[in-house]
Design a protein around this ligand. Structure first.
Ligand SMILES: N[C@@H](CCC(=O)N[C@@H](CS)C(=O)NCC(=O)O)C(=O)O
Length: 209
């Protein structure tokens, strides 16, 4: 059986939970206490040299890290990752967009906001706010004439980009300023369905949240 090394408040891990659920794949969860340093032990660094969750452990002992790489692995051969070369490249385009413009920007600001780390990162906050607004504006432009990021149905591009962008209000962005993003958030939310809660940092006494 697959094993997911998980940390519940992580939206990177949330992406993987969602896709495993949509695909109906059974898996075991291994909770990793990242604020107690569990993702930086020698054993964990063998699974992911970057020392972060999520990591997907395969039946053959291999481990795959980086949330979007895990999504691509799981989605292979399913409608969530089209086989057409151009559509597939467009899915990749949004996965890379997410890892450059969304996760390290909105994800970091949200993390700092929800765990009381804004003050100590003050020097970076203005730049992140500007970059976050640029990311949402880019997403807004990308969603002008399409129901989902790539074509007319949910793909892993939507799951990945939605993970942090739909929570942008947690760190001070107003989704009402981005109407196409707002409608897409509703569509993705309906396509994913209930059953994938966003866990607050406050469930982890070590997080500061
Ligand atoms: N680019 C990575 C980011 C992974 C990441 O930053 N994970 C966080 C939780 S959201 C983590 O495990 N942090 C622990 C640490 O860096 O020590 C991905 O998409 O999977």
């Amino acid at each position: 059986m697959l094993t997911l090394c998980d940390y519940l408040p992580s939206q990177n891990a949330w992406k993987v939970r969602v896709l495993l659920g949509l695909l109906g794949i059974a898996y075991e969860t291994r909770h990793v206490s990242i604020f107690e340093g569990e993702s930086h032990t020698e054993a964990f660094l063998k699974l992911n040299p970057a020392g972060a969750v999520p990591v997907l452990g395969l039946e053959n002992g291999e481990a795959i890290a980086e949330s979007n790489a895990i999504l691509a692995y799981l989605a292979e051969g399913t409608p969530y990752l089209p086989s057409d070369r151009v559509l597939r490249a467009k899915v990749m385009q949004w996965l890379f967009f997410e890892q450059y413009h969304v996760e390290p920007v909105i994800g970091s600001l949200r993390f700092w906001t929800l765990t009381g780390r804004l003050e100590r990162n003050q020097a970076l906050v203005a730049g992140k706010r500007e970059a976050g607004a640029r990311a949402l504006a880019g997403l807004e432009r990308g969603l002008q004439d399409t129901r989902f990021l790539v074509g007319n149905a949910l793909t892993i591009a939507d799951v990945a980009v939605y993970a942090y962008s739909h929570r942008a209000e947690d760190c001070g962005f107003a989704l009402a300023d981005y109407p196409a993003v707002g409608s897409w958030v509703d569509r993705v939310s309906a396509a994913i369905g209930p059953g994938y809660p966003v866990h607050p940092y406050s469930i982890d006494p070590h997080s500061g949240g």
